[in-house]
Unconditional design. Structure first.
Length: 48
């Protein structure tokens, strides 16, 4: 199966259909990113 990257559509992008599960995750993306930001600040995670 592998890793899939999906983002919101912009005006200049071709439209495509998402699975229901992917659509739900995309709607929760801002919440997930906020949690990761808090974790990074709290525990001082660094990307190497």
């Amino acid at each position: 199966m592998g890793l899939r990257l999906f983002t919101n559509l912009r005006k200049d992008m071709k439209t495509y259909l998402l699975d229901i599960q992917d659509n739900r995750l995309l709607n929760k993306r801002s919440l997930i990113e906020s949690v990761f930001n808090v974790l990074k600040k709290t525990y001082a995670f660094r990307a190497y």
